[in-house]
Design a binder for this molecule. Structure first.
Ligand code: KG4
Ligand code: ZN
Length: 356
């Protein structure tokens, strides 16, 4: 079964063709990072406009690259939410129009459910990575996890811990009460005048730094729940920048790298310790870490230290950030019962993650 997926929830326009829910035939992503960089964050109106310009040419390109045509497509899938409502609307309305015109079923998909599914996709050139209990890394194109598993979703918009029972049955265990992990990276990078998006820049500087030099708080670590909070960490970073002065941080590279490494370690430790606590609580050993922040180098290397004994799976970086392959892949498991195009489908900015 061939599913055409569309993802426009934030600042990446993405179109993908996925076969039988697993095999990625094409996964095109047009990032708008350059467009938003000068504003230091995503500007919703600009995001929507760029999605409009890119979407149809990208669908054509997807067909051109794969040789697959409309006749071979069994269904369409689209991200219904959560996300920026204007951005989501472009994807949803385009998908509805195409499904109606081509007489194809249309399957709405939850963005976070898509991220959680991203570890199940097979792209032979970009396999998922399994970290075993001893910390050995193995690339695989086999199904890397069996259900149930714990999912840690960490991106610019989300930090959530989820018990994943089947591709579309979830229990939300906890989420951020304020900033998302990626948002904390981006905001602190902005404080340090490093550029946007901040996560990869801080990751690069932190690799040369001493993560024990500065003491940053480990928010909510001792609370007996699985929620996160990163805004206090951002305030601590602001205080340290003010005490140290931005000028000194800018002229002393070692100081800047130590700052980044120490800040990053606080986020990594909180994320991984909470994930470890969720594994213990549910007596599970399998963890999938997904979303843009899953690209973080230290997050990957710190797994044996903070989540000992677990089997931890990371998607390849291209499937960590927003992509339509995860949407098309998951839709395969929800295809039954979707025989007609749903013209009443609406984008939902705050779509809850419930059993679908
Ligand atoms: O999943 P994603 O592409 O979009 C959202 O749904 O938000 O995630 C983007 C986020 C940004 O906040 C970015 O700074 C962060 O992921 N990110 C990273 C790294 N690469 C991307 N954060 C830390 N380290 C990285 N290497
Ligand atoms: Zn995302």
């Amino acid at each position: 079964m061939q599913i055409l997926g569309i993802e426009t929830s934030c600042d990446e326009t993405s179109v993908a063709l996925v076969e039988d829910g697993r095999f990625v035939r094409a996964n095109l992503i047009a990032s708008q990072t350059q467009l938003h960089a000068e504003f230091g964050g995503v500007v919703p109106e600009l995001a929507s406009r760029a999605h409009i310009q890119k979407l149809i040419p990208m669908i054509d390109e997807c067909f051109f690259q794969t040789g697959i045509g409309w006749d071979d497509v069994d269904a369409l899938a689209v991200t219904q939410g959560p996300g920026l409502v204007g951005a989501l609307l472009i994807g949803v309305e385009t998908a509805k129009a195409l499904a109606f015109a081509r007489r194809k079923p249309l399957i709405p998909v939850h963005h976070i459910a898509g991220h959680l599914y991203s570890v199940m996709l097979v792209d032979p050139e970009r396999p998922v990575t399994i970290l075993d209990a001893a910390g050995n890394e193995t690339p695989t194109t086999d199904e890397p996890l069996t259900y149930p598993y714990i999912g840690l979703v960490v991106s610019g918009g989300h930090s959530s811990l989820v018990l994943v029972e089947t591709p579309s049955r979830f229990k939300l265990l906890g989420e951020t009460v304020d900033d998302a992990a990626g948002e904390a990276f981006d905001k602190v990078a902005k404080l340090l005048d490093l550029g946007y998006p901040g996560g990869p820049i801080i990751d690069g500087l932190a690799a040369k730094g001493d993560r024990a030099r500065f003491k940053f708080p480990r928010p909510m670590l001792n609370r007996e729940n699985f929620d996160f909070s990163f805004s206090g960490l951002k305030t601590a970073a602001l205080k340290l920048v003010q005490e140290t002065t931005l000028a000194r941080l800018k002229e002393d590279e070692k100081l800047l790298c130590d700052f980044c490494a120490s800040f990053q370690e606080a986020i990594v430790e909180v994320l991984l310790r909470k994930a470890a606590a969720a594994l213990d609580f549910y007596e599970l050993r399998s963890l999938a870490i997904v979303g843009g922040v899953a690209c973080n180098g230290r997050l990957r290397r710190a797994v044996p230290e903070y989540v000992p004994g677990a089997r931890v799976v990371f998607p390849p970086p291209i499937l960590c950030t927003d992509n339509a392959a995860m949407i098309a892949g998951l839709a395969f498991h929800r295809a039954a019962g979707h025989d007609a195009c749903t013209l009443t489908l609406n984008a939902e900015a705050n779509l809850p993650l419930v059993a679908e």
